[in-house]
Ligand binder design. Structure first.
Ligand SMILES: Nc1ncnc2c1ncn2[C@@H]1O[C@H](COP(=O)(O)OP(=O)(O)OP(=O)(O)O)[C@@H](O)[C@H]1O
Ligand SMILES: [Mg+2]
Length: 254
């Protein structure tokens, strides 16, 4: 059977925030459809900037960039990509706009022009999936950080995107919420790109990893190979996660 077309293809991509210098430099990347990629790197590496570029929020300045066939170097492509993509922002306060949780989660499906019945079904499904069934009438801005993050994720899921970009999805979640989130993400068929400092999440959830630093990709490969590489991790402000440190010690035992 022929391989499915990659969900994301970047060639020599350069991008940066409006009015500022380039932040992303010469990025070459292919993300297979249906795969789950962990994007890791120190603070300021450019992870969030890359997600914003893939979502069409920030224009690609040079090179080529396509996401599900949308050309991000054109305005039409940048406007079109949100039809198929969901973006969970790093800070949920940037994402939550409505005065009720249910209203906020309904924003996406409403913008997709769905019927009232379908919007209600999508909202119910997303609230159930994120454990927010009792939060419908709560005011999003008056929730805890972890609760806000869940509402923002519910809003993303309600649009049923084929590609989901998640910026620090486990930040602020308690251990149970984190486990539930991992189980939820593992059950999705969408292509996932997860920018995170939660390296154990990458180990558990992702089929591929990319290490970024200084706006460049410095390593691409299998999560276990990259995250177990002490010099690579140390050299880019990261640490070998605990599960792999145990494995390294065990490997050295006679
Ligand atoms: N809105 C903005 N305008 C101008 N520059 C920005 C903006 N947001 C981020 N930057 C700059 O872009 C660079 C990359 O930042 P980015 O937020 O993408 O890093 P990151 O890898 O997501 O870091 P973190 O791990 O802290 O979330 C940094 O030098 C940052 O100062
Ligand atoms: Mg970030």
């Amino acid at each position: 059977m022929p391989e499915p077309a990659p969900a994301i293809v970047l060639q020599a991509l350069t991008a940066g925030h409006f009015g500022g210098p380039a932040v992303l430099h010469d990025l070459h990347w292919q993300v297979a459809a249906g795969s789950r990629v962990g994007l890791v790197g120190p603070n300021g590496a450019g992870k969030s900037t890359l997600l914003l570029t893939l979502a069409g929020v920030i224009p690609a300045r040079q090179g080529t960039a396509t996401v599900e066939g949308f050309d991000l170097t054109t305005l039409a492509g940048r406007r079109g990509v949100p039809q198929v993509m969901g973006l969970l922002l790093q800070d949920p306060d940037d994402q939550l706009l409505e005065t009720s949780v249910a209203g906020d989660v309904a924003l996406g499906p409403t913008s997709q022009g769905l019927s009232a019945q379908e919007i209600t079904a999508r909202v119910d499904e997303a609230l159930l999936a994120t454990g927010l069934g009792t939060y419908r009438q709560r005011v999003p801005q008056r929730l805890s950080l972890g609760e806000k993050k869940r509402v923002a994720l519910a809003g993303v899921l309600a649009r049923r995107p084929t590609i989901i970009l998640l910026d620090e999805p486990t930040a602020g979640l308690d251990p149970r919420g984190r486990r539930e989130l991992i189980a939820l993400l593992a059950g999705l068929s969408a292509t996932l790109v997860v920018a995170t400092h939660d390296l154990e999440l990458v180990l558990e959830l992702c089929s591929a990893a990319t290490v970024m630093d200084g706006g460049r990709f410095v390593a691409l490969g299998f999560p276990r190979d990259l995250l177990a590489d002490g010099p690579l991790m140390d050299g880019h402000g990261l640490e070998v996660p605990w599960p792999l440190r145990g494995q390294l010690r065990a490997d050295r035992c006679p």
